[in-house]
Design a protein around this ligand. Structure first.
Ligand code: NAP
Length: 339
């Protein structure tokens, strides 16, 4: 099915990879950015051959302006744009409101344009939080907001729930599904790094001198994009209403550092070789915002299975060790981590 797909958030890490794969398969792509004057030259430089097959529209998640034009003539939407900051905002609505209103806005304009295939980039954040004493999750699990979770987790959970409710009520014929990645790593395009890749950078460049007792699920940006493309192309009955977590493996930060030392030793001289005691994380959290987030995750296993996605969409994940190596090599090639 080649046609035209609207990819929201074309400046982003995942949005860029989705565009890359769609263009490579012969699709035309409309994409939204917040500031076209700033972002269009960057996108044109990335895909110089795309010409008229790539159209860039200025549209913010918080305003109706530009959305009708961006959707016109499209066959499907990959709604990827959503705020994903490194720090925790003082006001949770800085994330929850644009994530939720933006998703509903994208849905409404897609529906008004007659588009019947909508793939939302949700997150494992909407699956694996708010449950005490539960370590293993899959596509059937939902984050429980009742006892309070960090704003980003809430933003992704509320956005996905609201989207599903909106479709059920207003557009039952629309084929809606979500992609729910764990932490996304893999090759980067330039030095505008996603929050997730910042973590690998910090493990490589010595800014984490000791490894906190924290782990994360790992998925490759190329697999996340492939899941989007396959969800757009699959028969409606296969994907309608589905949730597609993408996750290859859960790893502790210590294991990530070991993997980098084993597979790319020339890039791994500054990776942490010792565990940071929990009390030190808690002490540093008093004045380092990123340690505050780590403090809440000490010792937690949130292992989200991505098997359902492999089974339904029919592909095999890149091994996490390869993803980590490719991330490190890419960060080095772009001069983002210096040695
Ligand atoms: P990213 O590189 O920071 O991309 C975020 C994108 O959202 C950017 O294109 C950004 O545009 C856009 N955006 C943010 N606020 C916006 C607004 N108010 N109006 C319009 N666009 C806005 O992050 P990413 O890693 O690619 O994440 C993309 C999506 O994947 C997000 O929905 C995120 O929640 C989800 N996700 C990411 C991960 C991960 O580990 N990376 C894991 C699970 C889910 P600007 O360039 O204008 O800022």
């Amino acid at each position: 099915m080649a046609g035209t797909v609207l990819v929201t958030g074309g400046t982003g890490y995942i949005g860029g990879e989705v565009i890359d794969q769609l263009l490579a398969k012969g699709y035309s792509v409309n994409t939204t950015v917040r500031n076209a004057a700033k972002s269009e030259p960057r996108l044109r430089a990335r895909w110089p051959e795309a010409g008229e097959r790539l159209k860039v529209f200025q549209a913010d998640l918080m305003s109706d302006e530009g959305w009708a034009e961006a959707n016109a003539g499209c066959d499907a939407v990959a709604h990827v744009a959503s705020p994903f900051p490194l720090g925790v905002p003082k006001n949770k609505d800085d994330l929850v409101v644009p994530a939720t209103e933006g998703t509903l806005r994208a849905l409404k304009f897609a529906n008004a344009a007659g588009i019947d295939r909508f793939v939302q980039t949700s997150s494992a954040a909407a699956i694996a939080y708010g449950h005490k004493n539960k370590n293993h999750f899959d596509y059937t699990d939902w984050t429980d907001l009742s006892e309070g979770v960090p704003p980003y987790i809430e933003s992704k959970t509320v956005a996905e729930r609201s989207a599903r409710d909106w479709v059920a009520k207003n557009a039952p014929g629309m084929v809606f599904c979500s992609i729910n990645p764990v932490a996304v790593f893999g090759p980067v395009f330039d030095d505008d790094l996603s929050t997730s890749v910042e973590m690998v950078k910090k493990v490589m460049d010595g800014s984490i001198p000791m490894a906190p007792n924290m782990g994360i699920g790992i998925t490759d940006v190329r697999d996340v994009a492939e899941a989007h493309v396959r969800a757009i192309e699959a028969p409606a009955e296969k994907v309608r209403g589905e949730r597609f977590p993408t996750s290859e493996k859960f790893m502790w930060i210590e294991e990530m550092a070991e993997t980098l030392r084993a597979r790319a030793p020339e890039l791994a001289a500054k990776t942490p070789t010792r565990r940071m005691p929990d009390f030190l994380v808690k002490l540093l959290a008093l004045f380092m915002p990123e340690m505050q987030q780590i403090k809440g995750e000490l010792g937690n296993v949130r292992d989200v299975s991505g098997k359902h996605t492999e089974d339904v969409l029919g592909f095999t994940y890149i091994p996490a060790e390869q993803t980590l190596e490719d991330t490190a090599r890419s960060l080095a090639q772009h001069g983002i981590v210096k040695f």
